[in-house]
Write a protein of this length. Sequence first.
Length: 763
Amino acid sequence: MYQKLLLQLLALLFIQTTVQGQCCTYYLVMRDSYGDGWNGGSLQVKQNQNSIGMFSATNYWRTDSFTLCNNDNLQLIYTAGSYENENTYQLYDTQWNLIFADGPTPQTGSVLNTTASCNSTLVNGSFSCTAIPVDTVCQWYDNTTYNGSALAAGCANYTGKDIWFKYTVPASGSIHVMLDSGSIYDTGMALWRGNKCSKLTLVDCDDDGGNGYYSQLSSFNLVPQSTVYIQVWGYGNNQGNFKICITNPGKLIADSSALPIVLINTLGNTIVNDVKVDATIDIKYQNNGSINYLSDSSYYTGKIGIEKRGASSAGYPQTPYGFELRDTLNNEMEAPLFNMPAESDWNLISNYNDRSLLRNHIAFKLFENMGNYSVRTKLVEVMVDSMYRGIYLLTEKIKRDKNRVNIAKLTTIDTSGNDVTGGYILQQNHWDAFTSFQSNYSPVGHPTFDVHFVYEYPKPDSITAQQRTYIASYVDSLETALYSTNFADPINGYRKYLDVPSFIDYFIVNELARNNDGFKKSVFFNKDKNTHYSKLKMGPVWDFDWAFKNIWGCNIFESTDGTGWAHHINDCPTDNYSCGWYIRLLQDSTFANQLHCTYENYRSNILDTSAIFSIIDSVHTLVANVQQRHFLRWPILGISGPAPEVNAIAATYAAELDTLKAWLTQRISWLDANLPGLCNTASINPVKYNAVSCYPNPGNGTFYFANLYASHAWLSVYNLQGALMMEKHLTSNHNSFTLKQPGFYLYKLLIDGNTYTGKIINQ
């Protein structure tokens, strides 16, 4: 009996000794977001008070391992270096379960003191090295029980609870991953690649690129048979189940196209926000209606500086870009592109939030057809470093230039007198104290809202103190007049400072589109010198990817019956307050009537639905044979993208355009019935006003209107490019005006709510 008990005790002692003496590998993963190592930072690892070594990241990544045994004491001691905001690290046990993580800007000193254990359980999907194999099918998973890897990809508010998957790249080198349909209603997703599971390179990261708040990513030109890693998490620690679907979209390349093909070579540089990096551009374009081929001779080739552009759109999977043309010495250089006037600065606008490929194009074209400067455009297909990026809208950049916003150049010596009065370009957009000035007034109905105007030209870092003071004072004078009791006075009211025709045209285009951004962000104003044209003008129009659709977030834009006023944006939750001037302007019956008459005039031509539909149809014809490639690259048909749309989403491109046409028809019908103001011609003597004529014509500087029997008339004169040259209040007693430059001109004369037009020749 005693012998048996002794054998049992010896067996138990052997088991305990074996467990206590069990040893295993721990892993330390260190990253530097800038890629230049930890710049003096280091992490010391101690085992039972003895130093195992000092560790730090080199370049972007470093993974080290060391052996610990059960019940060993483990201590981490961190020493800071320079640029600590770049440094992160994670410690994993033998099954790649997270033990500890810190950074960016890790804590210093003794940051961990714990006991090692080699008895952890393997959790498939807890990290890239335990990733779950997936294939081209849809499968369901749940992240509720996952603790997370602490490896943040940099989007979608990652806080943990991530699951990792791995996929073998097919022969096409392409992969498309989409999340959808789960109790975890808001996701983030990242795609990684690398030869080692513990040393990966981020390919892409997405927040809301898929349906609703779900994520989706596509990647092309991957190495066939290599492994890519897919990291999925819930936004802000969101937990639940989700569906992951993987497809093979095939190999994509724009080897021929009805559109110009734009090839960008980054020369190994990473395109980033706000800083242009060196690259080259090569454009294939026949300029004769023929199909363009990669093998064609170049339409334009040369050096460029390129950057990401936009605010929220900079995070879209189809990245928007801004670029400048450069000469062989890397100096900024002007050149014409696609028959647009020569300039150096251009944009490539993403269509990721616009399945129609033409929302911006429609708005820009309508504003131009109304006689205003509007950015010119060209649809193109883009490849970056041989990777197909889809259909973009190449546009002029809004800037001061004789062929763009045609106002006077303002230099640092223009600080007094007439010199300081122009030209200026202002924006309403995201702001800070350095880039903007604050209005002294709040919008009507919102007394606590602060309104800011951003310096677009001159830029914040070059505008002088005197120029800042002048333009802020001018806007203050305008608002003082606008909010005064005699604001509607045609001589001393707001019209003394504000260019009414441009404000009306801007209003019509943005309300036609019911543009969510049109009155709060990307809102442009410009002012020339007093000797050229003294009043503040509205425009150009910009940014319509959140327009011409019904989107969640506010009842104005959620409405599916065509109703709602976009200029009431301050009544909605908003990320930037609108100045709200239109609320006050529409309290002036003269402004409302002028608006109504202008709208009715446009409805007979440029705003006729057949005219707008012809723009849509022309684009449809142009992209008919290339849009399939774009939507293979960006599978956004049938899903709601960054703008969360209310209605079911069309699943084909043709159906998307039909949806857009139906939306426009409904919206225009509502505007026809609800636009403020009256355009009553019953009280007008048609013979008398039809007899109004301008003389002498041709003339030599000074012109008069004969048979002008109105108490008030508003004259606008344009050059043949549609630029407003002057605006003047006329009466029967004061019916003359002067043109300084010879040339051909067009005029509009508004009399009692009716518009009369004609031509002038100044010799």
